[in-house]
Design a protein around this ligand. Structure first.
Ligand SMILES: [Zn+2]
Length: 134
């Protein structure tokens, strides 16, 4: 999708609904499920304990970053070079660097794992949450 007039198309990471937002927006309410969404990319550099870590963009966990959560929801993708102790859900990509450690289920559109990455948990690839027609 091209950027026109400072807008971009994002997909709601909760219900899969696509809609346009201002590129300057940090958070927005999904027009379909009315939940507040984080638009910006997220970079984790330190220990981060949350219930869910969501983004309509990309979530990057740096080498010293450690995410402890129930769910990591990166709509475009999740890149991990540190530690994630959470279920990862994305219809986009998951990329695990060689020092990545993941404890939890991974549900991803595509998955790329470097040699040395440690995984514990079930993996579902490809995964989609866009079928919400029922
Ligand atoms: Zn939604």
């Amino acid at each position: 999708m091209a950027k026109i007039n400072g807008k971009k198309t994002v997909f709601c990471y909760l219900c899969g609904h696509p809609f346009d937002v201002s590129t300057r927006a940090m958070t927005v309410n999904c027009p379909k499920c009315h939940k507040q969404l984080m638009i910006d990319d997220v970079t984790v550099k330190t220990y981060t304990a949350v219930t869910t870590l969501p983004s309509c963009g990309t979530i990057v966990v740096r080498a010293r970053g450690r995410v402890v959560a129930k769910k990591v929801l990166g709509q475009i993708g999740v890149e991990c070079n540190g530690t994630i102790e959470a279920d990862i859900e994305t219809t986009g990509f998951v990329r695990l660097g060689k020092k990545a450690k993941c404890k939890g289920a991974i549900r991803a559109g595509t998955l790329k794992i470097a040699d040395g990455a440690q995984l514990t948990g079930p993996i579902t690839v490809p995964w989609t949450n866009h079928d919400t027609s029922h």
